[in-house]
Design a protein around this ligand. Structure first.
Ligand code: AMP
Length: 254
């Protein structure tokens, strides 16, 4: 049995960008800021493409929910080796309220429509840090889930997944179909080469709207405010341990 794999690809502010909070505290500045595919999603795409190269998977479909700019992210996934892509078009004003529950409903519906065997998403999106989409997608589908995967192997009609847990590694067997979330050590994603970027331009991107998939985007949570982390106070230098101890005593710390 060759697997059909659906991979979530979110466009996020690039990990190297210094984030700035908007003066009205409603969110962070995104205009004119470099965006890239969420790093954990690059790992998810890489794993799906490797499954195809090892003949475990027959087709890799990348999906991104967001405004038209999400298509750049899908082109990257196609250049890395995904076969086709689905752009779930979300109006920019609705996108600012879009939450993992909505993405999960969309992924679950697409998984059913596309007769998917494995959904792979990143363990978390580095912008909202929610770590919810894999879990909620599995719940909507009523499929088993293997989160924080650092190794995935096919074992008959199951997958054997090694998970990064506190203090070690846990290996579990999940029945297919299943949902997996990728952790950092699962693999090292390849760079898209220029010839593959050119080839990716010819690969298809289907367009769908959340309403076509029966998903209502009304928000379930409301963001009250977004703020910068507190600024660390300046430290002081001491000559030696005696001076350090004297200072700590003076401050009532010991
Ligand atoms: P989160 O639960 O928001 O931390 O996101 C976890 C993972 O879900 C991401 O790494 C993506 O693989 C997937 N995901 C979240 N939002 C989107 C989106 N707008 N489009 C496609 N995939 C997404």
């Amino acid at each position: 049995m060759s697997l059909r794999v659906l991979v979530g690809c979110k466009r996020v502010i690039d990990y190297a960008v210094k984030i700035r909070v908007k003066p009205d505290k409603t969110g962070v500045v995104t205009d004119g800021v470099k965006h890239s595919m969420n790093p954990f999603d690059e790992i998810a795409v890489e794993e799906a493409v490797r499954m195809k190269e090892r003949k475990i998977a027959s087709e890799v479909i990348a999906v991104s929910c967001g405004p038209s700019t999400s298509q750049e992210t899908l082109r990257t996934a196609l250049a890395m080796g995904a076969d086709k892509a689905i752009h779930v078009e979300v109006d920019p004003k609705d996108y600012s309220n879009m939450q993992p529950i909505h993405v999960s409903k969309i992924l679950a519906k697409l998984a059913k429509d596309e007769k998917i065997d494995v959904v792979i998403v990143g363990k978390q999106a580095i912008d909202d840090d929610a770590n919810q989409t894999a879990q909620m997608t599995a719940a909507f589908l009523d499929w088993p889930q293997a989160t924080f995967a650092s190794k995935i192997e096919k074992d008959g009609d199951h997958l054997k997944v090694t998970r990064e847990v506190d203090g070690g590694l846990e290996t579990i067997k999940v029945k297919l179909p299943a949902v997996i979330s990728s952790d950092l050590r699962l693999n090292e994603p390849r760079y898209a080469t220029l010839p593959n970027i050119m080839k990716a331009k010819k690969k298809p991107i289907d367009k769908k709207k959340p309403v076509d998939l029966g998903v209502d985007l009304s928000p379930k949570i409301e963001v009250i405010s977004v703020e910068d982390p507190p600024v660390r106070e300046a430290g002081a230098k001491v000559k030696d341990v005696d001076e350090l101890l004297a200072k700590l005593k003076e401050l009532g710390r010991i």
